[in-house]
Write a protein that binds this ligand. Structure first.
Ligand code: GLC
Length: 696
């Protein structure tokens, strides 16, 4: 370490958690107030706390839990992971794109902005973040979540929740194992206890224990043949008894509740969006049949009232409506988009120089299309959206830009110095699957969405790329989509490839800034891009039984020792970096890891250092390596900084189903650092004997 290097802490908990009202609740005092209030409530008043007001949203908001007589203002809930889905709002890049920044400080700012816009519209609960693990890239709602990796997911979720909960309650969703879209209402996600705790729940646990999420939304699907909405192991044993969750659980909409007594007894507190199973009549019938007792109703109602009092919902200030889509949020949306793009290939072509004489062709209908992501519950409308075409038109001052639609005569493209093709997916090919929309879509109207059976581009998009690459001197592909796309078939035909995800309302401006070098791309893949779907686990979008194992994504590819097209954590830059000076020190119950990062190129850029851990001689099966830390380092040309990551012993444990608990195993641990899951030049070996740690 050189003494004068700037020092960066990879996950500065104090900074990330700042202002999170969920962490500032005086639980002893609130409990006294709530118990006093509960003592005055009639059974009917308690039952009224257990369901939403009505099936239809009111100005985008769903109401629940109010009672004027008791001085309880209603919860006003609104989606979602891309922004406030109530009228116009800042449409941010989709979550998977934000995850590609690997920038928790930035995601906290996004949470702050979204929470503020929800509050300014009169809301007090944001139904976000979606944190279902990306088990297979074909999942219809992949765009809504952050990652295939639980550690990465947990870090991004904690950052978002802590930001949003400066203003409103967050509601991480969907608890749990909602990993397939079209059959989500009926499928059973089958899983063993170890895989559940080690892979599919850690990010929910962090969201609750570290970020004090105010509520949780349960999932539609079953887990081991029991609906999540009536799953007492998930909702009571794990969520409350094990993790200490003090908030409330709301169901997913309509089919998220499947019973009266079973759901209430299991620990599901609020039926959304309206009362059916939890109507006063149904509950009284269940009481009369002895399926339910008043204590369970009181327990669930108390959790709903508890958050109402703890968050002082009745006194929540409503910020000035002018904060919605304010300049600061628009600039933030553009910053996130710029940092979300992942440069996957660049044959000495990018960045382009905006000089007179440079002839640029922009090709494809998507270049002139507002493509913000799926049309499901996370959809957000913004007053203005920059497309690739409008962004480039606004940016280019000296070069010439000519736009070709997909079915224009593309034979002239040979006259241009560079051809930029915008290709990819839309809400038609992927997204939340809403059967009613499907019926409308049958008439060719609205979105279909749903899971993708293939990772290939639609034929029209593939043939567009082929056509352009066949005549152009140089071809850049800008790829829009919410997850991994199989690019292997046409990658060799082109000179540069930039993954845009769904880049939000400022996407076009961000694209221009990156293509013309105003900033360097710095995103890294939050999902593995396989060469072929056959490299992944069996994938049946109509399946009603989905088996889960410790292996998916990069863990599966590592275990099979198969080479993806682009590995998890991969992304190029316009500059180059060097890592060195690794130092690993033991302190009480964690490793303090420091590494120097140098920008060895001649433009500014950002590197994302990743820390993976392998257990080489474990007594139990372990996946080859697991991500256990990351840090983003932004550097001027020639600059060096020291990045500090802390790796707690807790993160090294495995879950032992026999003990029903976590074990820090005496064995060898190999800490590996690098810039992608397949590029880990630095390592530090340690042996744990059960008491002491020794470097090896
Ligand atoms: C949907 C989604 C959920 C959303 C809710 C309200 O079915 O699964 O994510 O928050 O309904 O729109």
């Amino acid at each position: 370490m050189s003494w004068q290097n700037r020092r960066i802490v990879a996950f500065d908990k104090e900074a990330i958690h700042a202002g999170n009202r969920g962490l500032a609740i005086d639980h002893d005092n609130i409990a006294i107030q709530v118990d006093a209030l509960m003592a005055t409530m009639t059974l009917s008043q308690k039952i009224n706390q257990l369901s939403g007001l009505q099936p239809a949203a009111i100005d985008g908001f769903y109401y629940a839990g109010g009672d004027e007589e008791l001085g309880l203002a209603p919860y006003k809930m609104v989606d979602g992971p891309r922004g406030a889905r109530a009228g116009m709002a800042t449409a941010f890049p989709v979550a998977i794109g934000r995850a590609a920044t690997f920038d928790v400080e930035l995601e906290r700012r996004v949470g702050l902005a979204m929470g503020l816009e929800v509050a300014a519209k009169g809301g007090n609960v944001i139904l976000a973040p979606t944190i279902n693990l990306l088990r297979h890239p074909g999942w219809g709602r992949a765009q809504e979540t952050y990652s295939e990796d639980p550690w990465h997911m947990g870090a991004m979720s904690v950052a978002f929740i802590s930001g949003a909960q400066n203003h409103v309650l967050a509601s991480p969703k969907h608890f749990a194992l909602n990993n397939l879209e079209i059959t989500r209402f009926d499928l059973s996600a089958n899983i063993d206890v170890r895989t559940l705790h080690e892979v599919y729940l850690p990010h929910f646990k962090r969201s609750i224990q570290e970020a004090a999420a105010g509520s949780v939304m349960s999932a539609y699907n079953k887990v081991n043949d029991v609906y999540c909405g009536e799953h007492s192991i998930l909702l009571t044993d794990i969520l409350r008894d094990d993790w200490g969750f003090t908030g409330f659980v709301e169901s997913d909409w309509f089919l998220g509740t499947r019973s009266t007594a079973a759901a209430i007894n299991a620990g599901m507190d609020i039926e959304m969006p309206g009362a059916h199973w939890y109507s006063e009549e149904s509950i009284n019938e269940a009481l009369a049949r002895g399926e339910l007792d008043e204590a369970a109703i009181t327990r669930n109602a108390r959790r709903v009232v508890y958050q109402n009092v703890a968050w002082a919902i009745a006194d929540m200030e409503v910020p000035d409506a002018r904060v919605v889509e304010r300049e600061e949020h628009i600039d933030l949306a553009r910053e996130v988009a710029e940092k979300s793009f992942v440069l996957l290939k660049n044959e000495l072509l990018l960045p382009l120089e905006d000089t007179a004489g440079l002839k640029v062709a922009l090709v494809g209908d998507l270049a002139d299309t507002v493509n913000l992501g799926d049309r499901g519950s996370s959809f957000v409308t913004s007053s203005e959206v920059s497309t690739p075409l409008s962004g480039l038109q606004a940016h280019i001052k000296n070069a010439s830009l000519h736009y070709f639609r997909s079915d224009d005569d593309l034979n002239r493209l040979g006259d241009f110095d560079v051809c930029i093709v915008v290709a990819g997916l839309t809400y038609i090919e992927e997204g939340e699957f809403i059967p009613t929309l499907q019926q409308e879509a049958e008439e060719g109207e609205l979105a279909r969405g749903g899971d993708r059976e293939t990772l290939l581009l639609p034929d029209s998009q593939r043939s567009l790329i082929d056509k352009v690459a066949g005549v152009a001197r140089k071809t850049v592909v800008l790829l829009e989509g919410g997850s991994a796309i199989q690019v292997t078939d046409w990658l060799d035909e082109i000179d540069a490839l930039l993954m845009l995800w769904y880049p939000g309302r400022e996407g076009g401006h961000a694209i221009a800034n990156v293509l013309f070098g105003k900033c360097s791309p710095s995103g890294k893949l939050p999902v593995s891009f396989p060469r072929s779907i056959d490299q992944l686990m069996p994938w049946d979008v109509n399946s009603l039984k989905v088996d889960h194992s410790l292996l998916h994504g990069y863990r599966l590819l590592d275990h099979q020792d198969t080479e993806p097209e682009f590995p998890f954590g991969f992304g190029l830059s316009y500059t180059t970096f060097d890592l060195g000076g690794l130092q690993v020190e033991r302190t009480a119950d964690y490793f303090n890891v420091t590494v120097s990062v140098m920008n060895t190129g001649n433009v500014a850029g950002a590197e994302i250092v990743q820390l993976y851990v392998s257990c080489t001689d474990s007594a139990v099966f372990r996946v080859p390596k697991e991500l256990k830390g990351f840090g983003r380092v932004e550097l001027e040309a020639g600059e060096t900084a020291d990045l500090e990551l802390n790796l707690s012993d807790e993160d090294l444990r495995y879950y032992d189903p026999e003990l029903n608990g976590w074990v820090l195993e005496p064995c060898s641990y190999d800490l590996q650092l690098g810039v992608s899951s397949r590029d880990l030049p630095l390592s530090s070996g340690w042996l744990f004997d059960g008491v002491e740690w020794q470097p090896v």
